[in-house]
Write a protein that binds this ligand. Structure first.
Ligand SMILES: Cc1cc2nc3c(=O)[nH]c(=O)nc-3n(C[C@H](O)[C@H](O)[C@H](O)COP(=O)(O)OP(=O)(O)OC[C@H]3O[C@@H](n4cnc5c(N)ncnc54)[C@H](O)[C@@H]3O)c2cc1C
Length: 386
């Protein structure tokens, strides 16, 4: 399988179709091997599509289970559910996201940090992964774990800056999966449990492409007071009458949302400021444009690209189409949500209700993310059949 990602739902569906035969036992047995770019038939490479919800977790799992028995595909299904779990976990702890952002912004960026980002540490595997990430916008899951561990425990760099570096370059960069995976490696997610990369493990799972000397032997968990989970807010009722549908990069599959009798008279899309690497900005923008074209056709309404997500352009758009309410696929904790929350009072003052619509999948799953993944995992069969 080539490692090119085309930002469209059709490309996501095609990649899913191509991967389906591998999603059973072969995935469970082979997924931890990182054979390098261009040699990744052992994993799905679906994350850039699922991250923007060009394809959804629910449909990916449904198609996999139409092809394989649950017992054979359980590992793959669980991995997809890790994404849902991380989303729910962060949704219940918005302060973790807010603190990470402030810390990453305020931290000094040392010469060692710059060398790590440039792939100039002298640790061959680490330097190769840094270059691969910057060049391709993707890293294998195991490489992400090794990289994060070396960053934190061998190079002694702050996890927040590593998470920021990943988020800047990953095509699938996701506030929850990325931030919380870095925290997991650092020992902040599972009390007292860090992830320590081992040289022999890297040699084994890269098929000898890398054969590093031993690294740091100890990895003390970082101290942090536990953050109690907050309840997930109830889903808002859908407004009556003519509404506009606003798309953001958080969910580009509104045609599979339950929108009841909503009378969608206009569709718009709005982007985040282009603060990530150019390839990531371009991917997100093109995905948004594709989602807009698809949705405008589906809902038979005029579609408009509004540019940057902001109150002013939304108010002008709402006035043009005489909208009293704008519905938008629910944005989980992250930069889009931050912007929507910040602009809601301005929209309300202009007489426009901004109503997020959460998927049944998220509503059913997220409340189970209060504790660890093992408790969440038990709920997966119920989620799938629900
Ligand atoms: C430090 C670190 C940072 C990460 N940052 C991100 C990120 O920003 N965005 C992102 O989508 N994933 C992130 N992951 C999770 C995981 O590495 C990627 O989702 C996976 O490598 C994508 O490749 P794939 O689609 O071939 O995965 P596959 O192995 O084929 O898995 C199928 C799908 O399951 C989901 N998935 C698999 N593993 C995980 C996981 N550990 N956590 C959450 N979801 C998972 C993804 O949606 C993936 O597409 C991170 C992991 C680590 C350790």
């Amino acid at each position: 399988m080539t490692q090119t990602f085309t930002p469209s739902r059709a490309a996501g569906l095609a990649a899913l179709e191509a991967f389906l035969p591998q999603a059973g036992r072969r995935y469970a047995e082979q997924r931890n091997f990182d054979h390098g770019p261009g040699a990744r038939t052992n994993i799905s490479l679906l994350s850039p599509y699922i991250r923007y919800r060009l394809i959804t977790e629910h449909e990916v799992i449904a198609k996999v289970l139409a092809r394989h028995r649950f017992a054979d595909a359980e590992k793959f299904v669980q991995e997809v559910c890790w994404r849902t779990y991380w989303k729910g976990w962060l949704e219940m702890r918005p302060s973790v996201w807010a603190r990470y952002q402030v810390e990453a912004e305020d931290m000094a960026r040392s010469a060692d940090y710059a060398a790590a980002c440039a792939g100039q540490t002298g640790i061959a595997c680490f330097d190769a992964w840094a270059a691969e990430l910057v060049e391709t916008g993707y890293l294998h899951n195991h490489a992400r774990m090794w990289f994060a561990s070396l960053w934190i425990f061998t190079l002694g760099l702050p996890w927040q800056l590593g998470a920021d570096f990943f988020h800047h370059h990953l095509l699938d960069g996701d506030p929850a999966s990325n931030t919380l995976s870095w925290r997991w490696v650092a020992g902040l997610q599972t009390a007292g449990k860090t992830y320590l990369a081992a040289a022999d493990n890297i040699a084994k799972y890269t098929g000898g492409r890398f054969n590093p000397a031993p690294f740091a032997h100890s990895a003390g968990p970082l101290p942090e007071a536990p953050v109690a989970p907050m309840p997930i807010a109830a889903n808002a009722p859908l407004p009556d009458g003519a509404v506009g549908l606003l798309l953001t990069e958080e969910d580009l599959n509104p045609e599979s949302l339950k929108l009841g009798e909503a009378d969608i008279v206009a569709v718009a899309a709005a982007a985040l400021p282009p603060s990530r690497a150019p390839a990531v900005n371009a991917f997100a923008k093109a995905a948004l444009a594709e989602g807009l074209t698809r949705s405008a056709a589906k809902f038979r309404a005029p579609g408009e690209m509004l540019g940057m997500l902001g109150a002013e352009s939304l108010i002008a758009w709402a006035a043009e189409h005489e909208l009293e309410a704008i519905i938008t696929p629910y944005a989980p904790i992250g930069p889009v949500r931050d912007r929507l929350d910040a602009m809601a009072p301005t929209l309300a003052a202009a007489g426009i209700a901004l109503v997020p619509v959460r998927r049944a999948w998220d509503t059913a799953a997220w409340p189970h993310a209060g504790k660890g993944f093992f408790a969440f995992k038990d709920k997966i069969p119920g989620l799938i059949s629900g």
